[in-house]
Structures are given as C-alpha cells and as structure tokens.
Design a protein around this ligand. Structure first.
Ligand SMILES: Cc1cc2nc3c(=O)[nH]c(=O)nc-3n(C[C@H](O)[C@H](O)[C@H](O)COP(=O)(O)OP(=O)(O)OC[C@H]3O[C@@H](n4cnc5c(N)ncnc54)[C@H](O)[C@@H]3O)c2cc1C
Length: 398
C-alpha cells in the first residue's frame, strides 16, 4: 500500500475533528421578522440564457435576450449569467446591430439579483451603453425596491443547489460543462471583488460549509467545479453535541442578498442607469420596448409574459435567528428527504431548505416554521438519526 493510501485508510479508521469546536446558535433567539417565504423560479432544462431567434425581433431591428429560471441558485449564478449576457450583447453589437455601445440603448427588464447583476456587468464592460432597468418593483419616483423580490429572500450560499440536476444529462454529459462555466464566471467576479478588498460591501464572506457525512452532497460533488471549490475534507463535526459524528467540510462563500442588492442598486445609480416602473404583459409589449437590446430577467414573472417557459415555482421558507455571537459557518445538506440548512450570515442566521411545489404563499402557520427550526435544533443537539441519507432521485444511475 502506498504511503498516501495508508494515510488515507488511517484517516478513515481514526477520523479527526474538522477543526476547533464552534458555537451553536441560540435557536430560541428569533429575529424580529423571523418568518420569510419565497418562490424559487425553477425551470426544466436549466436557466433560459440565450438570444431569441424570432422573426418579429429581427423585423423590429431588436435583440431579445433571456436570462431567467435560476431556481434555487440565482445568487450563485447571477454574475456568471450576466457575463454570458455581456458576450451575447458584444456579438449582437458587432453583427446584427452593427452599432457602437455609445449609440445603443439596453433595457433590462427585472430588478431582482439577475436583472441588477446583468445591468451592472454590462455597464462595467461598456460604460457608454445607455441602460435602463424596468420592473414592477420600482416606485413611481424611480426607486427600486429590492426588498420585494425573491432575491431578497435567498439564504445566499454559493452553490448551484438543486438546479444542477437540470444539467445532469446522461445522453449529453457535456451539459454539466455549461453549468460549470457559469459557476466559474461567477467565481471569477467574486475573486475580482475580493482582490479589491470590497467583498464586505457586496455581502460576500468566506464560509466553511459543514454537512453530515452520509448526506446527499451531489449538488456540491457534481454541480460545483473542483477548481472553484476543492473536494470536501472528511472528519468529525466541530460542534459540541456532534463531536463524534462523521461529517464533511468544504470552503465556499456566502453572498448575502440583503447587502448585495442595495449595493448593486447604488453601483447602477452611480453609473447613470435609470430605473423605471413598468409591468410587461406580453411578448409583443416586450419587443415594443424602446431599446435596441431587451433583456428579460423577470424570474418567475417570465411565465406570465411568454408562453412555454418551463418555469415552476418551488416555495421555500426561512426562519431567521439573531446572530448575536457573530457565528460564521454554514451547515447544509442535512436531513435526507427532509432537507435542512442553516447559514450564519453577517447580521442574522437563516434556517431553511423546504422545497414545496406550490405557488401558494398564504396560510403558512407559525408551526410550519418552528418545525423547520426544530429539525436543525435537533441535529445540533446530537439527534441525527432522523437525518439519514435517502437515495437521490436525480442520479443517472438506477
Ligand atoms: C427560500 C429561498 C432560499 C434561496 N437560497 C438561495 C441560496 O442560498 N443561493 C442561491 O444562489 N439562490 C438561492 N435562492 C434562489 C434565488 O433567490 C433565485 O434564484 C433568484 O432570486 C432569482 O432572481 P431573479 O432576479 O430571477 O428573480 P426575482 O428576484 O424574483 O426578480 C424578478 C424581477 O422581475 C420583475 N418582474 C417580474 N415580472 C415582471 C413583469 N411582468 N414586468 C416587469 N417586471 C417584472 C420583478 O418585479 C423583479 O424585479 C433561494 C430562493 C428562496 C426562495
């Protein structure tokens, strides 16, 4: 047996703690607004990210670009998809439109994380472009209201959660390369922001993510390229009541949307981007927008504007705790089919992981929120028996 293999077999036989013990949150310390709920814009086939080939757009001398359907991974993919849109715009300017950026008007429809990041990346690439962001959640005075979007609700873990399954195509193994490319592009932007030392302004923080060893971590294992986040380490979990429980740890990032979204709005204002209150109802209305390039970043709203989007709302609830001890780790991939996660953010701690195929936001009881909270509390009090792994239903193998 080689030295490396011997060392690895010893590590498995004699697992070491994954680090010094970390504090457990006070699960009874609920934040003032402790119940949150949102609808993930899940799309069969993955993110709709391309240029519309319709004859009506060519006739109108317009370019219509789509960027919607990010499911539970929009915070993760926003910069990557924005970078891809920038490439589409670059090509359109040089070919179909044959115009310089200075003479080009772009309308970005949608002011969630996808619309804001798309507008911001376009202005960073070509400051001469005239960019307007249009959305329902802009007030009459032109002030965007990011608090009213799904993006605001997101926990903010950097991982292509659940959506990665749409890229797992056994007949077309390269499809995962498309997702990996988008993750890499987002990662590149994170690194640029970090190099400038302004990551805190964008809600970005380094985080270690801990999971139970026998949990389904395919989202990380398959959806995250290893050059972005290296393989997980195995060992004993560094929490008092879990200190004999086998787990895994890997480095990733938190991108807190409650910090990121206002920052993107202020970047756009500083770059002279105008916000306009506008509700689009049909494809014809979209194409009629007075701009050369129209980018549809309306999330779930796209299903009301266009036929056949493949969008499905998936409801997720969050319980918010106070983070008085400034805890700074993530715990996710817990509880098998009763998925559970907990993200310690800059100012709060969010517990989530519910995955309900419904668009109904009303009628959620306090009990349903507190049950989620108690599930994670249970894990952290050492009761992991309810959290044994269940087989993934998205795998290609039987
Ligand atoms: C509970 C929960 C937890 C999550 N956690 C994470 C996470 O940890 N990591 C992660 O990466 N992602 C996470 N997500 C997913 C993430 O929130 C979404 O993928 C992302 O917010 C989608 O962004 P968006 O800009 O497409 O949509 P939205 O934020 O919904 O924005 C859509 C915009 O379009 C506008 N609009 C819609 N329809 C129209 C119309 N007809 N006319 C004009 N404007 C319109 C809206 O007003 C809004 O401005 C989570 C989601 C939920 C619900």
């Amino acid at each position: 047996m080689s030295f490396a293999a011997l060392a690895s077999s010893r590590a498995m036989a004699d697992p070491q703690p994954l680090g010094p013990l970390l504090n457990t949150p006070d699960f009874d310390r609920l934040a003032p607004e402790w119940r949150r709920v949102g609808l993930r814009p899940y799309r069969k086939g993955g993110v709709k990210l391309d240029i519309d080939p319709g004859a009506d757009t060519v006739q109108a001398r317009k370019v219509l670009i789509y960027n919607y359907g990010h499911g539970g991974a929009g915070i993760t993919l926003a910069w990557g998809c924005a970078d891809q849109v920038k490439d589409f715009v670059d090509t359109a300017l040089r070919t179909r439109l044959q115009k310089p950026p200075k003479q080009t008007r772009v309308a970005v429809v949608g002011a969630g994380v996808i619309g804001l990041a798309t507008a911001a990346e376009l202005k960073r690439w070509a400051p001469d472009l005239t960019v307007t962001v249009m959305a329902e959640n802009v007030d009459a005075a032109g002030n965007p209201m990011p608090q009213s979007t799904t993006s605001w609700i997101a926990g903010g873990q950097f991982e292509p959660s659940a959506l990665w399954r749409e890229y797992q195509d056994c007949d077309h193994p390269c499809k995962m390369d498309i997702l990996h490319d988008l993750v890499r592009r987002s990662h590149r932007r994170i690194q640029q922001i970090k190099a400038l030392g302004i990551q805190g302004d964008y809600g970005i923080a380094d985080r270690t993510n801990y999971i139970l060893a026998n949990e389904d971590d395919e989202g990380f294992a398959l959806g995250m390229p290893r050059d972005v986040v290296p393989a997980a380490q195995t060992g004993l979990l560094p929490f008092a009541k879990l200190a004999t429980v086998a787990g895994k740890a890997y480095a990733t990032w938190l991108i807190n949307p409650t910090i990121l979204l206002p920052r993107l709005v202020s970047d756009l204002r500083a770059a002279s981007v105008r916000f306009e209150k506008r509700k689009l109802r049909t494809r014809a209305e979209l194409i009629a927008i007075d701009a050369d390039i129209i980018i549809n970043c309306t999330g779930l709203g796209a299903a009301k504007i266009l036929p056949g989007t493949g969008l499905t709302p998936i409801r997720g609830q969050l319980v918010v705790l106070q983070n008085t001890d400034k805890l700074d780790y993530l715990f996710s991939g817990g509880c098998g089919n009763k998925s559970a996660y907990m993200f310690c953010r800059q100012d709060d701690i969010v517990i989530g992981g519910t995955f309900d195929y419904t668009a109904n936001l009303s009628g959620l009881t306090d009990k349903s929120y507190l049950t989620m909270r108690d599930r994670v509390k249970d894990i952290f009090s050492g009761n992991v028996s309810a959290c044994n792994s269940t087989p993934s239903n998205g795998a290609c193998h039987p």
